[in-house]
Design a protein around this ligand. Structure first.
Ligand code: PLP
Length: 382
C-alpha cells in the first residue's frame, strides 16, 4: 500500500486542476501583456483567476499580486515594506520564533541592513501571547509578521486578535497562510489582515505559484525590476497555466475534504498515542490545530529511522519542515515549544491530505507500532 502523509510539504495536483491548466500550455499560450487576441485571452483568464482567489478571501479592499511562491510572497511583504519605508524612522519588525524559514531569513537579512527584529516566544502549545505582542510593539514598529497555521505542529494563531492589536497601534499586520489557506476560513476584512501570503502547491495546485494580498494604500518596494507586471510590484511574464491551476484548486477543495482530514488526523493521533512514551506536539485543542497536521514525538528513537522504516512500508511522512528535513539541526519550532534536542530528533510530522483513506491510516498505525517496537529494541537510549 502507498500512503502519502507529507501533504504539508506538497500535494499532488488535482486531476481537475491539471485538466484546467493544460490548454494554457499549448493552445492558449498568449502573454497577458500582448495586445492581440491570444494575449487578451491570457489577460482575461488572469483577471478571472485573480477574482476567484480574492473572492475566497473576501478581499474587497486588497489587491492580489501573483508571485512564484510562498517564499517570494513572504520576502516581498517583509523586504518590500522595509524598503518602502526606509526614509522614515521606523525600523522594527515583530515576528515569532516559529515562522517558516523564508520569514526568519528575510528578517535576518533585514538585520544586516540595519533593521531590528523582536522575536516573540510561544508557549508549549505553540501560541504567541497577545499580551507579549501588545507590549512588544513600539513607536518604531513597521510590521508584525506572524504565521497563521504552523507548518510543523499545525498550531493556528488567533489572527483576528493579532490584527486588531496591530491596528489599534497603527502597525501593519502580515500573516503567512501557506498552510492554512482553504483549510480554515480566512476573511481579510473581518480578520484585520493587511498583507497575506498564500501558495498553490499546498492545496492541490501546481508548484511555482503564490500570491501576496496587499491592503489598498499600502506601499511596497518591488524586489524585481523589469516590465512592471502585476501593478508594478512583480515584474515578470505571468505564469498563466500555474495561475489558472491555482484558482481551480481553490474551487476544487470541498468542506467534506476538510472534515475527512480532521477525522483521519484524530484517528492517527489516537492510534499513535497508544504506543508507550509518545506525545502529540502542539495544542490538544483540535479547533486551534490545522485539520491535517499531527506532529508526534517517540521517546528513545530517531525520527529519521522511523521515516526510513515507514518509507520501506510505502508510507511517506517527514521529520521537520520539507526545506529543513535534510538538516541535522533540531527543529527551531520544536525547540521553541520547549522540546529538548533529543526529543525533537524523535519527532515525526504526519500531514494528511484529501486523498487519504481510513484504510491507509489503519495501515500506518499498525506499521508504526511495529516499527517503534523494533527500533526501541535496538536503541542505544535506555
Ligand atoms: C508556512 C509556510 N510558509 C512558506 C512556505 C514556502 O512556500 P513555497 O514552497 O511556495 O515557497 C511554506 C512551504 O513549505 C510553508 O509551509
Amino acid at each position: 500500500m502507498k500512503v502519502y502523509l507529507d501533504n504539508a510539504a506538497t500535494t499532488p495536483v488535482d486531476k481537475e486542476v491539471f485538466e484546467a491548466m493544460k490548454p494554457y500550455f499549448s493552445e492558449k499560450y498568449g502573454n497577458a501583456s500582448s495586445l492581440h487576441s491570444l494575449g487578451r485571452q491570457a489577460r482575461e483568464v488572469l483577471e478571472q483567476s485573480r477574482d476567484t482567489i480574492k473572492k475566497k478571501l473576501n478581499a474587497k479592499n486588497h489587491n492580489l499580486i501573483f508571485t512564484s511562491s510562498g517564499t517570494e510572497s513572504n520576502n516581498l511583504a517583509i523586504k518590500g515594506i522595509a524598503l518602502a519605508n526606509k526614509d522614515n524612522n521606523k525600523n522594527n519588525f515583530v515576528s515569532s520564533r516559529i515562522e517558516h524559514g523564508c520569514v526568519l531569513h528575510s528578517l535576518r537579512w533585514l538585520k544586516t541592513q540595519g533593521y531590528k527584529t523582536t522575536w516573540l516566544h510561544v508557549n508549549k502549545e505553540g501560541f504567541i501571547s497577545l499580551q507579549d505582542l501588545n507590549e512588544s510593539i513600539t513607536k518604531n514598529t513597521l510590521l508584525v509578521s506572524i504565521v497563521h497555521g504552523n507548518n510543523e505542529i499545525g498550531t493556528l494563531q488567533d489572527i483576528k486578535e493579532i490584527g486588531k492589536i496591530c491596528h489599534d497601534k497603527n502597525v501593519l499586520f502580515h500573516t503567512d497562510a501557506c498552510q492554512s489557506f482553504t483549510k480554515t476560513p480566512i476573511n481579510l476584512q473581518k480578520q484585520n489582515i493587511d498583507l497575506l501570503t498564500i501558495n498553490s502547491h499546498k492545496i492541490y495546485g501546481p508548484k511555482g505559484v503564490g500570491a501576496l494580498l496587499i491592503r489598498d494604500g499600502i506601499e511596497l518596494e518591488p524586489l524585481l525590476s523589469g516590465g512592471g507586471h502585476e501593478f508594478g510590484l512583480r515584474s515578470s511574464t505571468e505564469n498563466i497555466p500555474g495561475i489558472v491551476g491555482f484558482a481551480k484548486a481553490i474551487e476544487s477543495i470541498k468542506e467534506q475534504d476538510i472534515e475527512k482530514m480532521r477525522l483521519l488526523r484524530d484517528m492517527l493521533i489516537k492510534g499513535a498515542l497508544e504506543i508507550k512514551e509518545t506525545w502529540l506536539n502542539g495544542t490538544e485543542n483540535n479547533n486551534r490545530r490545522l485539520c491535517n497536521i499531527a506532529n508526534i514525538s517517540f521517546k528513545k528513537v530517531e525520527g529519521e529511522s522511523i521515516i526510513l522504516h515507514l518509507d520501506n512500508k510505502g508510507i511517506q511522512a517527514s521529520t521537520g519542515s520539507a526545506c529543513a528535513s535534510k538538516s541535522l539541526h533540531p527543529s527551531h519550532v520544536l525547540g521553541a515549544i520547549g522540546l529538548k534536542p533529543e526529543d525533537s530528533h524523535g519527532s515525526v510530522r504526519f500531514s494528511l491530505g484529501k486523498y487519504n483513506t481510513k484504510e491507509e491510516i489503519e495501515y500506518t498505525i499498525s506499521n508504526l507500532k511495529e516499527i517503534i517496537e523494533k527500533l526501541r529494541k535496538i536503541s542505544p537510549f535506555k
